[in-house]
Design a protein around this ligand. Structure first.
Ligand code: BGC
Length: 330
């Protein structure tokens, strides 16, 4: 009898322990299931790779892209060479593709190297949008930026009109090998070729550097003192040209048409050292590029290429609106 009672007690105890363990787990797992799952912080991860990070023009592209990314829950990284360096830019693109981002936005500096590079990334399943400079024969899904040939063409027309069809012109271009710079130069030359009084005397490259643009201006003036007009085809060129022209007190006898409106460009425009400049819409490029990439990933059809606005502006047109395309905050 004693043994029977003892056995029943043990049995009861083990049943109750088993049941309480079972119910504790059940409650815990129900609690775990009903706990809200933390929201996914980002829907997509994109990378934007320009030719030069520390460039006020590209900072505006970045700003537009970051604003759109914030609105649409996109994690956006702005990476690349601090100072223009093609090898470093290409390496950054390859590294970004290897880390399996959802989309890549980049400036396709020259067709020869960027067409195979973009095609390789496309084969890995990563869509590419080109910004500012296009590789039209590549498998990029779209281009957004200036119509670079047209922007050079309107610069040529403006110079011809302002100088009444007579000038000895020197061109300082960002890089000889960059497609958008070649297109700007070509557009300019085509626009002035029907003016017998306009001669393009020299063309040099600045390597995307104010200092080198200034050095090249100095050399041109020494070798070709007859030059009385300059065209700077990328954002820092006009600034370098203007510095030398002002230093040599030649602002009254030299006409300068530049590109973009960095703070220094605006200051020279206001002083009358730079007469005119071709503006682009860098903020808009960045902003729209992000929206295009999202639309593509959502299976929507997007335009093959979108040309943002470009025009020639003078001192009388300042201040420019909408501010977001032109205002650099440091
Ligand atoms: C061009 C950019 C370039 C920048 C250099 C701009 O005019 O559109 O591609 O990187 O100038 O300063």
């Amino acid at each position: 009898m004693k043994r029977f009672l003892y056995g029943s007690c043990i049995l009861l105890l083990s049943v109750s322990v088993t049941l309480s363990i079972y119910f504790t787990f059940k409650v815990l797992s129900i609690e775990a299931q009903s706990k809200p799952i933390p929201p996914k912080k980002y829907d997509y991860h994109f990378v934007l790779v320009p030719e030069e990070l520390d460039n006020d023009y590209w900072r505006l592209v970045e700003k537009g892209a970051k604003d759109a990314a914030k609105e649409h829950h996109v994690l956006l990284e702005y990476v690349g060479p601090a100072q223009a360096d093609l090898k470093e830019q290409i390496k950054t693109i390859e590294r970004s593709a290897a880390s399996r981002v959802d989309g890549l936005l980049t400036q396709a500096l020259n067709e020869k190297q960027f067409t195979p590079l973009i095609n390789k990334i496309d084969l890995q399943g990563i869509p590419v949008i080109t910004i500012d400079t296009d590789a039209p024969k590549s498998n990029r899904i779209a281009y957004i930026g200036t119509n670079n040939y047209y922007s050079g063409f309107i610069a040529g027309l403006a110079l011809a009109k302002d100088l009444k069809g007579k000038a000895n012109v020197a061109i300082i271009t960002g890089r000889f090998e960059a497609s958008h710079q070649q297109l700007r130069v070509q557009g300019f030359k085509d626009a002035v070729k029907n003016y017998k009084g306009i001669k393009v005397i020299a063309i040099e490259e600045s390597n995307i550097s104010r200092v080198q643009a200034a050095e090249k201006t100095y050399t041109i003036l020494k070798e070709h003192p007859e030059v009385n007009a300059f065209f700077g085809t990328s954002a820092l060129d006009g600034i370098g040209i203007a510095k030398v022209i002002q230093q040599f007190h030649r602002e009254n006898s030299t006409y300068i048409i530049s590109f973009d409106v960095l703070p220094e460009t605006i200051a020279y425009l206001k002083e009358g050292v730079i007469e005119a400049t071709v503006v682009q819409e860098p903020y808009e490029m960045g902003y729209q590029a992000i929206k295009m990439m999202i639309a593509h990933l959502e299976g929507k059809r997007i335009a093959n290429s979108i040309y943002t606005e470009t025009k020639v502006v003078y001192r009388k047109d300042l201040p420019l609106v909408p501010e977001r395309n032109y205002e650099v905050r440091r």
